[in-house]
Design a protein around this ligand. Structure first.
Ligand code: OKP
Ligand code: ZN
Length: 347
């Protein structure tokens, strides 16, 4: 299976994120992608390719023009606020809530940062735009590769993408790589696409992007939002609306869920996808479901991921795997490669 990787990811290296009133080191570190790359090479799991560069316009298939404009200029606007900002990342500290105006883009950059984000855990760094665009290029290239007949492809993206929405960043995500892959498949001729999201966290960005659409079915297994990030979306009663009614399926599970229970949810998710009669599949592949993950609460073991890949193969759709979370850096390479190896062995 071909892997699309962009070395540009390393330009995004956040210093700290806000967590419970203090600054803690960032969890989305460049080593995450490097470890996955090393393990893929070590196992000889397919070939590596640099994605073709994309134009900013490609991002507008999924994201708002004013949001793409914001991201492109964010770093220079941040440094223009104070030259000393060149030495610290931008973190939002003020947000619009209910009854506030979100249609007016503020001149004040700190206010703009809040308008286009939903948490203070996602530092906007000097290299965030470059890195995120490089990841988006991987996802788009992987989708095109599958559409030319490949049996699957892997977009080794960092930062992750599934929390990023039409016009907001958060949850370490800036551009929604999986949504861009799904939209690329649609634009290339697929009538109906499924996004299977197996990251520990609910992909609020992906869900909201496709919530009113029947042509992209979003199915997610994740920690219950009553206890876990992103908190304000991801409940089982969110089933889509308008033409998208029934095309959104959330399978929340409690903290502490072991593989046996998680695997039953995966079988259910794959059943939903089979019933939806889609002709293409994107997998938001997060391995923060791992028992050793520092910010998560499921109990999957490294060996379990081989079986995850096998189960996905039985869907008989060539998947576009897009990397999301996984913060146990020492295990991320093995866990991701296990999913892909399990898939390849059964495809
Ligand atoms: C991104 B992805 C940890 C707080 C949690 C947000 C988690 C984003 C996860 N100190 N912060 O879904 O893996
Ligand atoms: Zn996650």
């Amino acid at each position: 299976m071909k892997t699309f990787f962009n070395a540009e990811h390393a330009h995004h290296e956040g210093m700290v994120e806000m967590f419970r009133g203090e600054f803690v080191p960032c969890f989305d570190v460049p080593a995450r992608a490097e470890r996955v790359l090393v393990e893929m090479r070590r196992r000889g799991l397919g070939t590596m390719a640099n994605p073709a560069p994309i134009k900013d316009e490609a991002l507008l298939r999924v994201h708002a023009p004013r949001y793409v404009d914001f991201l492109r200029d964010a770093w220079s606007s941040w440094v223009a606020l104070d030259p000393a900002n060149a030495y610290r990342d931008a973190l939002p500290s003020v947000w619009p809530v209910r009854q506030h105006r979100t249609d007016v883009v503020p001149d004040n950059f700190a206010a703009r940062l809040g308008l286009f984000s939903f948490d203070a855990g996602t530092p906007l760094t000097q290299g965030a735009w470059r890195a995120a665009r490089g990841g988006a290029a991987c996802a788009i290239a992987a989708a095109r590769h599958v559409q030319t007949g490949a049996k699957g492809a892997f977009a080794l993206t960092r930062p992750p993408g599934h929390h990023a929405g039409y016009d907001f960043f958060g949850g370490y995500c800036f551009l929604n790589n999986a949504a861009l892959a799904a939209q690329t498949l649609r634009d290339g001729g697929a009538e109906r696409v499924a996004v299977l999201d197996i990251d520990y966290h609910h992909g609020n960005g992906t869900q909201s992007l496709f919530y009113e659409r029947a042509d992209v079915v979003y199915v997610s297994i994740h920690a219950d939002p009553r206890t876990d990030y992103p908190f304000y979306l991801g409940h089982a009663d969110e089933r889509g609306c308008g033409p998208g009614e029934g095309s959104n399926v959330n399978l929340p599970l409690p903290r502490g869920t072991p593989f046996g229970v998680w695997r039953a949810a995966l079988a259910q998710a794959l059943h939903v996808i089979a019933e939806a009669r889609v002709d293409a599949l994107v997998v938001s592949l997060g391995v923060d479901t791992f028992e050793g993950d520092p910010i998560s609460g499921f109990l999957l073991c490294s060996d379990d991921y081989l079986q995850v890949g096998e189960e996905i193969a039985y869907a008989h759709l060539p998947p576009v795997f897009v990397l999301e979370g996984g913060y146990a850096v020492d295990a991320i390479g093995v866990n991701v490669a296990n999913v892909l190896e399990g898939y390849v062995a059964c495809q």
